[in-house]
Design a protein around this ligand. Structure first.
Ligand code: PLP
Length: 485
């Protein structure tokens, strides 16, 4: 991909009187004058362009961004996979689009049934009993789950202080623990990259409200001792929270409920057919065991046998209350439903099989250039290290920047913190062998360049519209508005 030349803004393209539409003249006497008090004093300052100028301008703009529709996007922890267009098509149906969230239950039985069936399907997939669709993202699911855990402990008159989080955890985990009013206590990983069971036992006592874990963890490794861990946490009266953002790797194969977890959130915008990134909307439904169900946010979807109808239940005295307006981001639920129905149980199992196979294939292709510090096979992603290139003055950041010149989105870098010069790679199940081969080749070539001509990496990317912005300035001082000169 070569850098498109800088091109004018749509305002600079504007020519007075140029139009992207043509309408027939209104018949004589048919126009109803707008009352003076409702008229603008000055015409709006809108660009005036032809339809073709308009199409070209926005198509060109869209190409300045990376997207899954233009190339592979192996951004670890984010599951940037291809989302079947059929799910988009279904969610765009006017029947769903035109729904009003205040419509009476009896008028929206189809929508409620969709939510009811999706709740069943996701509970079946996670091994949980009930679920709320309110959380708008994974992080909000975490907060909801922790508030439910808190309410459960409080109901028993049990005041607890800490929640244990492994050192490899996603940053949202300790943040959610803090927001929920608890102290996050870190537990270290062992030489396998898994929770150090002895270290865990040292910190377990009756002050511990629970443990938050993602399995496979952020190193892409499956916690083999999970049953032992669950038992130990339950023994001190704690609960187990499953961060289901990595569900792509086990869907259709293993269920958090069977591993001993009590609370699970899923990221529908990672695993279940909603594009991720770009600021949302997302959906992080939260599933719980029967015992924790009374604490779910209101309203709760319920089926009434007698009248054979769905309705929203609000009278739930133990509920933690609302955490989102209405019922969450419904359009995302429709996509997830379409995705689940189109794949079926066997299709879902193939998702995780392929995700794991693709990650292990790519990991092996680049193992010499970028080894992984922990032994064994990985799940849907792996964390390799670029520390071998440090002797050439090259860092993980340079590798990531250079990869863009090869037409690939960079992997996640410098996360998780337990790996030096980390490259966290998640190819996802939707990439073909050919794409994985060229991604692997690009990475191997970049490692060779680092040894031969490190400046190639320091100067990269050379093919993108924006090259190396100041990382801190670019995030803190966003320029999101163009002002006419
Ligand atoms: C993405 C992710 C989250 C947070 O999910 P959001 O929807 O971005 O809030 C939490 N944990 C893990 C492991 C993740 O990958």
């Amino acid at each position: 991909m070569s850098a498109p030349p800088d091109f004018p803004t749509i305002f600079e393209l504007s020519k007075p009187g140029r139009r992207a539409w043509s309408l027939p003249e209104a018949p004589e006497g048919s126009d109803i004058p707008i009352p003076d008090e409702h008229r603008r004093l000055e015409p709006p300052r809108l660009p005036e362009v032809s339809e073709l100028d308009l199409v070209r301008h926005y198509t060109r703009l869209s190409h300045r961004n990376w997207s899954i529709d233009t190339g592979a996007y192996p951004l670890g922890s984010c599951s940037m996979k291809y989302n079947p267009k059929v799910a988009e098509e279904v969610a765009g149906h006017p029947g769903w689009q035109g729904l009003h969230p205040l419509a009476d239950d009896e008028l929206v039985q189809g929508a409620l049934r969709l939510l009811g069936e999706l709740e069943r399907a996701l509970c079946a997939a996670t091994g949980m009993a009930h679920l709320t669709f309110q959380p708008a993202a994974g992080a909000q699911g975490e907060l909801t789950g922790l508030l439910i855990m808190r309410a459960w402990h409080a109901k028993k008159g049990d005041v607890r202080k800490r929640v244990i989080v492994p050192d490899s955890a996603h940053g949202t985990n300790p943040a959610s623990v803090t927001l929920a009013g608890w102290k996050a206590q870190e537990v270290r990983s062992d030489a396998r990259g898994l929770v150090d069971f002895d270290a865990l036992q040292e910190v377990l006592d009756t002050d511990v409200a629970g443990l938050m874990l993602t399995n496979p963890n952020t190193l892409g490794l499956f916690e083999r001792d999970i049953e032992k861990i669950a038992q130990a946490v339950h023994e001190v009266g704690g609960l187990l929270y499953y961060d289901g953002a990595n569900f792509n790797s086990i869907v259709g194969k293993v269920r958090p409920g069977d591993m001993g977890f009590d609370v699970v959130h899923l990221n529908l915008h990672k695993t279940f057919a909603t594009p991720h990134g770009g600021g949302g909307p997302g959906s992080g439904p939260l599933a719980v065991t029967e015992e924790l169900a009374p604490f779910l946010p209101v309203p709760v979807l319920a089926w009434d046998e007698q009248s054979a109808t769905w309705h929203w239940e609000v009278d739930r005295p133990d509920s933690i209350g609302r955490i989102h307006s209405f019922y969450g981001n419904f359009g995302i639920d429709v996509r997830a439903y379409a995705y689940l129905r189109s794949l079926g149980p066997e299709g879902l199992a193939r998702v995780s099989e392929r995700a794991v196979l693709n990650a292990n294939y790519l990991k092996t292709l680049i193992a010499e250039a970028f080894p992984t510090p922990y032994p064994g096979t990985c799940m849907h992603e792996f964390v390799a290290t670029a520390k071998g290139l440090k002797k050439h003055g090259v860092r993980a950041l340079d590798v990531a920047k250079r990869l863009m010149d090869f037409g690939f989105h960079p992997p996640t870098i410098y996360f998780p913190l337990v790996v030096e010069e980390a490259l966290m790679v998640e190819p996802t199940e939707t990439e073909s062998k050919e794409t994985l081969d060229s991604l692997g080749e690009a990475l191997v070539q970049i490692a060779a360049e680092a040894a031969g001509d490190p400046n190639l990496l320091h100067d990269a990317p050379t093919s993108t519209p924006v090259r190396r912005p100041d990382e801190a300035q670019a995030a803190r001082h966003l320029k999101v508005r163009w002002k006419p000169g």
